[in-house]
Design a protein around this ligand. Structure first.
Ligand SMILES: [Zn+2]
Length: 124
């Protein structure tokens, strides 16, 4: 596993948070992020607007339920990290692109097949 010589800011333990969630990352691409300060973003385009703060705490923060309750790196934080050019999140876009290629989807209809209901219960 690649170990960086230094911890880039913001320090995010993606391993502890379950990695870059590609479903959330894909949803984050449809959001708008307005930079309102150093590492601070107002993220809009979802069901609600959310404030993201990447730097003033030990870990990035967002005021959405996905982050506060599930302790996940939510799509709003991912949207902010993309705009900061965060290495791991940018590289995850490659994995996302792989999923968009039909040959790479593998078994069955998967995430894009019929029967999958998206965004009904939560604003993840
Ligand atoms: Zn959030």
């Amino acid at each position: 596993m690649y170990t960086p010589d230094f911890l880039p800011a913001p320090a995010i333990d993606f391993a502890a948070a379950g990695g870059v969630d590609l479903d959330r990352l894909e949803r984050s691409l449809g959001l708008q992020g307005a930079r309102v300060g150093s590492g601070r973003y107002l993220v809009t385009g979802g069901a609600q607007e959310h404030w993201v703060d990447l730097y003033t705490a030990r870990i990035p923060r967002c005021d959405c339920g996905d982050h506060l309750w599930r302790e996940r790196i939510c799509k709003h934080i991912l949207a902010a990290l993309l705009r900061e050019g965060h290495e791991q999140v940018v590289r995850a876009l490659g994995s996302l692109a792989d999923r968009w290629r039909p040959a790479a989807r593998g078994a069955g209809p998967g995430a894009y097949g019929p029967g999958r209901v998206r965004g009904v219960m939560t604003d993840r």
